[in-house]
Design a protein around this ligand. Structure first.
Ligand SMILES: [Zn+2]
Length: 63
């Protein structure tokens, strides 16, 4: 399956899944920093959160 054969709904589905994976991987640790990027409020997590909020599926709040 190639990207060109995907419908917009399928593409959004995949982006949504990817955004959730990103948020899980880039969840801040005990010190409030992303364990991968080593900064607070890293770009990857912020972008993924913004995408999910933009499509009306805001991520659940951890803790
Ligand atoms: Zn990060």
């Amino acid at each position: 399956m190639t990207g060109a054969s995907l419908s917009p709904a399928q593409i959004q589905n995949r982006l949504t899944l990817s955004a959730r994976w990103i948020l899980r991987d880039h969840r801040p640790g005990d010190d409030g920093r992303c364990p991968i990027c080593r900064v607070a409020d890293c770009t990857a997590a912020r972008t993924a959160r913004g995408y999910l909020t933009g499509i009306g599926q805001p991520p659940p709040r951890p803790r």
